[in-house]
Design a protein around this ligand. Sequence first.
Ligand SMILES: Cc1cc2nc3c(=O)[nH]c(=O)nc-3n(C[C@H](O)[C@H](O)[C@H](O)COP(=O)(O)O)c2cc1C
Length: 187
Amino acid sequence: MSNEILKAINYRRTVNQNSFTDEQISKEDINQILEAANAAPTHKRTQPWRFVVFQNQGLQRLGEELGRIYKEITPAEKYTEIVEQNMAKKATMSNVAVAIIVDYSGDLPEWEELAATACAVQNMWLAAHSLNIGGYWATPGLINHLNSFLRLEPNQKCIGLFYMGHHNGEPREPVRTPVMEKVRWED
Ligand SMILES: Cc1cc2nc3c(=O)[nH]c(=O)nc-3n(C[C@H](O)[C@H](O)[C@H](O)COP(=O)(O)O)c2cc1C
C-alpha cells in the first residue's frame, strides 16, 4: 500500500468488544470521528446522517434497553438469560456507542440517503482506525425497536449501532475474494 489513506482502507477491520481495552476514548477523538462522518458525500447536501452518542451511564441505559427489548420480543421458548446479558454487555463493554440514524428528507429516493449515511459510517470507521480505535457496526433486529428510546422522528430510521473502543489487536489483512472476480472490463 503506497500511502496512508490506502493503508487505512486496507487495514480497517471489524474489532468487537472482546478486544476492547479500558482506555477512555477522548472527547477530542470522538469529535474528530463525528467530523469525519459529517464530511461524507451527500446528494443535494441533505446530510441525512444523525447520531446519538452513548458514553458512561448512557451505555448502561443502552445496554439495559437492548436486554429489555430482547426479552420483550423473543418467544419464551427461545429466550435465554445469557443472551439477554450478552445483549447488554455489547454496550457496556464498549467505551462509546453511536446509534446510526438516517433522516429521510423526502427530497430524494430513500436509498440515496441510506447510501450517504453508510458513507458516513465508513468515514467514522476509517477515522477511528486512524486514531487506534477499533469499531464494529452491529445491526441486530433489535434496532427496529429502538425508536422511542432514541426519540426518533417518523422520518428517521436507526440502521445500526457503532461500538468503539481502544484495542491491542494486531493489524489484519481483509478476508476477501479477488476483486478481479467482481469486475468486467470493457476496452
Ligand atoms: C451494513 C453492515 C452491517 C453489519 N452488521 C454486522 C452485525 O450485525 N454483526 C457483525 O458482527 N458484523 C456486522 N457487520 C460487519 C461485517 O461483519 C464485517 O464488515 C465483515 O465481516 C468484514 O470484516 P471487516 O470489517 O473486518 O473487513 C456489518 C457490516 C455492514 C457494512
